[in-house]
Ligand binder design. Sequence first.
Ligand code: CO8
Length: 259
Amino acid sequence: MLPYKDILVSEIDAGVVTIRLNRPDARNALRNRLLQEISGVLEQIARDDSVNAVVITGGEQVFAAGADIKEMAALDFIGVMSDPRPGYWRRIAQFPKPLIAAVNGFALGGGCELVMHADIVIAGDNAQFGQPEINLGIIPGAGGTQRLLRTVGKSMAMQMVLSGEFINAEQARTFGLVSEVTLPEMSYSRALALAKVIAEKPPVAVRLAKECLLNSYETTLDTGLKLERKAFTLLAATEDRNEGISAFMEKRRPIFKGQ
Ligand code: CO8
């Protein structure tokens, strides 16, 4: 992997790479460079068959404090119009492999939106999630009015976006923003363990399952069911399906090859 400035990227470990946000002095504020690095490394990983899952994490007290307010404050109307950030976010959203977030401390604004780009979220019990953009006279701009509503429902999304108030880890779990709450010192190891479990599964099936699940945001039930059926049928042509079924019959562990 290339050296990065705003993120730390681990070596590949059992098919898993960890991306750690690394701007502690700015509370991991998501300046353009940081988002560009995340989207760039994810694009690289998407093409790398030896990586099957990614963990993204931040610091012990702050996952990410949102967009870099100092950087964005310099942008006028034209600047915001031609901002490259939506392109970075789109590329992160298009990452086809499982992305698991381990979140401790504050995940605010763009930080909370980055969490919502993850497929699974493990939170330390000190985590706090919020969309405080309203306090700056703006609104969320990377999915905070759309993904948040689809995730936590209308009332809680309205409450968070209109009041700017934060919710804690347990509330986030209750409302479906995170799947598990752990002790803060356990959130990363739990996310990594989960990523390793998923990395052992047949990669093509994992990829299609993710695609089908995410499609449920975009389509009607009928269209989603058709897409699911097509993906299900497609998997009948894979060697890994034969291997999975043979291994079950032969009472042994399957060895998946991603084919
Ligand atoms: N952007 C830029 N710098 C930041 C940010 C940020 N989002 N958050 C913190 N910093 C910087 C601080 O300015 C400070 O820098 P310096 O040492 O040079 O003064 C340093 O990080 C440390 O910050 P604190 O002293 O505040 O650290 P604490 O540990 O006391 O508090 C918090 C941590 C609670 C995370 C606090 O820093 C905070 O509330 N940050 C802002 C949170 C926020 O409002 N996020 C939403 C951002 S808005 C967004 O994501 C969407 C678009 C934004 C466009 C803005 C256009 C005007």
